[in-house]
Design a protein around this ligand. Structure first.
Ligand code: 5U1
Length: 437
């Protein structure tokens, strides 16, 4: 077999493995087996660079840094969604759509609302040619080089009857495991960790150096088609299945149902599964399935009448502050952390909550032993909302004392003007921390 043919064969093989892994969620070989084929292709490409194709599975590593992002005007505006917060609002949404149709019962395409960053990706003749952020809905930033490095974004579509031009829209997210690992890496390097997976996804996508973006564990899930030239199904759900068939990632939780009961049952089910999903979600999105009916319903302001998001309420629980500890970051900043009596909230057991800084403790007026309301919203770090002052027992509470010296290296602490965190002598600390490791 010629080298060119061998490269073609290995590329096809890897594309198929990627499809099984990222789109079907059904890997049929081990990571080690995948790596053997990947290394084979890489070696051949290195020795015969004239055969390296821009869409090769080895080319997801990023390129030269940009000096700035170019602006991209979306051919069709990227809309936002109206929010619903209770089942009555969902009922109104369903009734309005049903009244506009000729049928008694209409179908809704439903999926989780991912907590990430909206992105548009354009394919021409099956090849990824442009990716842009939503921006203000009309104009976004050209983040093509970064999006190309996202592992589950195909550089080339597969299969039959692909529209000559196809814009897919969806959300870029950072799955929870990747987020935890990234923050551990940043902490170890003395860099500031991200507050939540959404910020981490946004920060990674807005890197001018696509090699940095490539090192970030991002994932993309399609939820809509934008502009296209060619044939597509007339159903939102079937369209999403078509995208999947062409190798594009779609949430495995997508469903198509009729009637308020089924719509509510889906919501209850996803809410219960929320904590076990790979990525953060903050609700459920309902879309009228029939594309003709979507067009009939149209838009109001900048949101469609045919789609709406039913958001999860932030979950709250009551617990007791058992202690406050002081964590020393690698940069030397000291953060007070409330140690809580473990409590189940938002699908997980919470035993820590950040108190951010000294000002936050004063604002909340907290004492150790107080009963507090803890909230876990879309963000992963639980927050203390307020204390239950009426429940305070003076015999069981005590004041929180900020340390005078660093709890790790005992160097004196310094309160930096205008800042709310305390930074200790960084030279001393760095030296001591290095000695510790
Ligand atoms: N899952 C999902 N998220 N999301 C966000 N679907 C969805 N649809 C959206 C948005 C902004 O907009 C439609 C109008 C396409």
């Amino acid at each position: 077999m010629t080298v060119a043919l061998e490269i073609k064969k290995l590329t096809k093989q890897l594309e198929e493995y990627n499809y099984q892994y990222y789109v079907l969620d059904d890997p049929r070989i081990s990571d080690a087996e995948y790596d053997i084929v990947f290394q084979q292709l890489k070696k051949l490409e290195e020795s015969h660079p004239q055969f390296i194709h821009a869409n090769s599975p080895t080319q997801k590593v990023g390129g030269q840094p940009l000096s700035k992002f170019e602006q991209v005007v979306h051919e069709k505006p990227m809309l936002s969604l109206d929010n619903m917060f209770d089942s009555d609002a969902l009922q109104v949404f369903i009734k309005r759509a049903t009244d506009k149709s000729q049928s008694i019962n209409i179908a809704f395409c439903i999926e989780p609302k991912l907590d990430g960053l909206a992105v548009s990706i354009i394919y021409e003749d099956g090849l990824l040619i442009q990716a842009a952020t939503r921006g203000d809905g009309r104009t976004g930033e050209n983040v093509t080089e970064n999006v190309k490095t996202i592992a589950n974004v195909p550089l080339k579509l597969r299969g039959e009857n692909i529209p000559q031009r196809l814009e897919v829209r969806g959300e870029v997210v950072m799955p929870q495991i990747g987020f935890d690992q990234l923050n551990a890496r940043l902490n170890a390097k003395g860099e500031k960790p991200f507050v939540n997976p959404r910020n981490a996804a946004a920060g990674s996508l807005r890197q001018l150096d696509s090699k940095i973006a490539a090192s970030r564990p991002l994932a993309f899930y399609c939820y809509a088609v934008g502009v296209f030239e060619g044939q597509l199904a007339n159903s939102q759900f079937t369209r999403m299945q078509q995208l999947k068939g062409w190798g594009l990632p779609v949430s495995s939780e997508i469903s198509c149902v009729e009637g308020i009961e089924a719509c509510l049952a889906y919501y209850a089910n996803i809410k219960q599964k929320r904590a076990s999903l790979r990525y953060a979600i903050d609700g459920v999105v309902y879309k009228v399935d029939d594309i003709d009916l979507q067009e009939k319903l149209g838009f109001i302001a900048r949101a469609p009448r045919w789609a709406s998001a039913y958001k999860f309420a932030a979950e709250e629980a009551i617990t007791t502050i058992e202690n406050v500890e002081f964590q020393v970051g690698r940069t030397g900043a000291i953060t007070p952390v409330a140690k809580l009596k473990p409590v189940f909230v938002g699908g997980v057991t919470v035993s820590n909550a950040t108190l951010h800084n000294r000002d936050e403790i004063s604002r909340l007026g907290i004492l150790i032993g107080d009963q507090v309301v803890v909230r876990r919203a879309g963000d992963v770090i639980p927050q203390i909302v307020r204390i239950l002052i009426g429940k305070r027992k003076h015999t069981q509470t005590r004041e929180i004392h900020f340390p005078i010296v660093c709890p790790v290296c005992a160097s004196t602490l310094e309160r930096i003007e205008g800042e709310t965190t305390i930074i200790h002598n960084p030279i001393l600390t760095k030296k001591n921390l290095e000695n510790e490791v």
